[in-house]
Design a protein around this ligand. Structure first.
Ligand code: RET
Length: 250
């Protein structure tokens, strides 16, 4: 409750004109947590209104936002207590939620012949992307070689982009046509555009992120960008799947 009051007074301070970046950051963690919780309730409660074959997809959508809601709750506390970016928690959150987003691609194409091996390729690439990104940001962030870790991470990212835009996932969606094809298109846009904010953030916010050049962007500012990006990516992703499930349940 104290936390809530603090956030409400933060909001008042932000909208009242005395802008304070730290308060804005804490506030976006708080709103992020609430938005993810609300989305979770929505996805799970809607499971009974759609045809049985789409329920697992909606369950996973809710798991993604639920895991994020819990992490956001902790990240807000960590940030308020230490004044530092909760990089570790953010990566733990991503390490759980991004592979689940990969599972979603498998689940929507499974009904048209999608293979479990494709799911593992996506999951493996996402783990490589995140582990190398974490090493580059948290361990070598202040050093020149952080851009090399960022590059390896970026290659894994583009492999995921390839799989969903032109590779196996895209082929399956094309064969399926109709609602699955359009849902895959929308999800692929999320991966290409929505997910791109993270490498951009890495380049701007990590000291050695761009070939060793320090772009000097404030970590707090990056937190706000990530918080907005996460909400759009995780809730938006789930809503695309919800729309597919509804259109295919009629
Ligand atoms: C809900 C959270 C999501 C969708 C997080 C996605 C994160 C990424 C796509 C991160 C990618 C990175 C690179 C491609 C290079 C630099 C390091 C990362 C980890 C920021």
């Amino acid at each position: 409750m104290n936390a809530l009051l603090l956030d409400i007074s933060n909001a008042a301070a932000i909208f009242g004109g005395e802008f304070d970046l730290n308060q804005a950051v804490a506030f976006t963690f708080f709103v992020g947590s609430m938005a993810m919780m609300g989305a979770t309730a929505f996805f799970w409660l809607e499971m009974r209104n759609i045809s049985a074959k789409w329920r697992t997809s909606l369950l996973v959508s809710g798991l993604i936002t639920f895991i994020a809601a819990v992490h956001y709750y902790y990240m807000r506390d960590y940030f308020v207590a230490s004044g530092e970016s909760p990089t570790f928690f953010r990566y733990v959150d991503w390490l759980l939620t991004v592979p689940l987003m990969c599972v979603e691609f498998y689940l929507i194409t499974k009904k048209v012949g999608g293979k479990i091996g494709t799911m593992w390729k996506l999951i493996f690439a996402s783990v490589v992307m995140l582990v190398t990104g974490y090493i580059g940001e948290a361990i070598y962030g202040a050093e020149v070689q952080s851009w090399i870790w960022g590059l390896i991470s970026g290659i894994a990212y583009f492999y995921i982009v390839y799989l969903v835009w032109a590779g196996e996932i895209a082929q399956l969606a094309k064969n399926a046509g109709g609602a699955v094809l359009s849902a895959n298109k929308a999800l692929a846009w999320f991966v290409l555009v929505g997910w791109a904010i993270y490498p951009v953030g890495y380049i701007l916010g990590t000291q050695g992120g761009l070939f060793g050049m320090d772009m000097g962007v404030d970590a707090g500012f990056m937190d706000v960008v990530y918080n907005i990006g996460d909400a759009v990516n995780k809730i938006g992703f789930g809503l695309v799947i919800y729309a597919l499930a509804v259109s295919d349940s009629e």
